[in-house]
Ligand binder design. Structure first.
Ligand SMILES: NC(=O)c1ccc[n+]([C@@H]2O[C@H](COP(=O)([O-])OP(=O)(O)OC[C@H]3O[C@@H](n4cnc5c(N)ncnc54)[C@H](O)[C@@H]3O)[C@@H](O)[C@H]2O)c1
Ligand SMILES: O=P(O)(O)OC[C@H](O)CO
Length: 311
């Protein structure tokens, strides 16, 4: 019984550290050399974790966790689908694919294997890596498989809560990144904590509106994968999405090599909103801002000048 984690970035490596304390894990990374994790410098992985750049070394695992960035998942599945298809798959990425508008589970669904799951919720890789207590959502349409995965992936400090609402769980994780960019802009531009609270609350209303239109359950959005992750990501400079927004708000540059899932997701969500006539002012403003179509001042003005309405 071996777990394989595909993607040796910060989150894949953190999960390998956590799960490796409980049993054997293979951590695969594209171009991974040695045991040093570039995105989590200094992390010492348990001896039970095999680190490899050879995908064939994951073939004897009975459970696969996919921890590549969202915009890379479609290509990864297209390239390696035959190798992945027959085993239970858990997507660990957060976002909406820009070219297809699909979430991670819908992409894994194309393989036709067991019902794919998504693992999402408030969790910084650095916290998980050092064994700090964390609670996550494990969503799987097949509840029996979901219960199995929940038990398999929980540890004494990593608590997984289960839901069959895959759409709600993945959209909560995707959309909170967009809101975190916006919250970072608010703070970076000096608008203050009250404005951030307003942004988070109206952003949550927008997340709910979008997710309900896609068939999600409201209570999922109120849980770890939605509200929980929104709070974490909009209030911590540990978040890359929030930090990216901070830089935008301050007019500073940001390292383009950093994974900022909310940027592409804002574009994908704004486009879906446009074609389906959904009112998504924050996502639309973030998409326009990251594309350089509007300035920070114009983005703020677009939100403050909306007609007054009932809450
Ligand atoms: N870092 C966190 O705290 C955290 C927490 C929860 C969820 N996540 C999610 O996990 C996912 C991965 O994020 P991360 O933080 O590990 O990113 P990261 O930037 O630390 O690492 C991304 C890794 O993916 C690899 N990669 C990129 N394109 C690839 C491809 N086409 N094929 C194979 N590998 C590829 C990179 O080489 C890198 O090792 C994201 O969707 C993110 O939202 C991250
Ligand atoms: O660093 P971020 O902004 O990608 O956030 C990491 C996790 O998604 C927080 O739950």
């Amino acid at each position: 019984m071996k777990i394989a984690i595909l993607g040796s970035g910060a989150f894949g490596a953190a999960l390998a550290a956590a799960l490796g304390r409980e049993g054997p894990v293979v951590l695969w990374g594209r171009g991974q050399a040695g045991r040093e994790i570039r995105r989590l410098p200094g992390l010492v992985l348990p001896g039970s974790v095999t680190v490899t750049a050879d995908l064939a070394q994951t073939d004897d695992a009975d459970l696969l966790l996919l921890s590549v960035p969202m915009q890379a998942l479609g290509r990864f599945v297209a390239d390696h689908g035959a190798r992945l298809a027959s085993r239970p798959l858990v997507a660990c990425c957060k976002g909406v694919d820009l070219t297809t508008g699909l979430g991670p589970v819908e992409i894994l669904d194309t393989l036709g294997g067991p019902a794919p799951a998504v693992l999402t919720g408030p969790s910084f890789a650095a916290d998980i890596a050092i064994g700090l207590p964390t609670a996550l959502t494990l969503a799987c349409r097949d509840d029996a498989l979901g219960a199995h995965l929940q038990a398999r992936l929980s540890t004494p400090v990593l608590r997984l809560y289960r839901t069959p609402d895959v759409i709600g769980a993945e959209l909560g994780g995707a959309l909170k990144n967009v809101m975190a960019i916006a919250a970072g802009v608010v703070i970076g531009a000096g608008l203050g904590d009250s404005a951030r609270a307003a942004l988070m609350t109206r952003g949550y209303a927008e997340m709910l509106r979008f997710a309900l239109a896609r068939g999600a359950r409201a209570e999922t959005l109120a849980g770890l994968s939605g509200f929980g992750d929104l709070v974490l990501t909009c209030t911590s400079a540990q978040s890359r999405n929030f930090s990216f927004g901070l830089s935008l708000g301050r007019g500073e540059s940001f390292d383009p090599a950093t994974t900022v899932e909310g940027a592409a997701t804002a574009r994908a969500v704004a486009e879906i909103g446009r074609t389906q006539a959904l009112d998504l002012p924050v996502s639309t403003a973030v998409a326009a801002l990251v594309d350089g179509r509007i300035t920070v001042t114009e983005a703020i003005q677009s939100l403050l000048s909306r007609p007054l309405k009932q809450e």
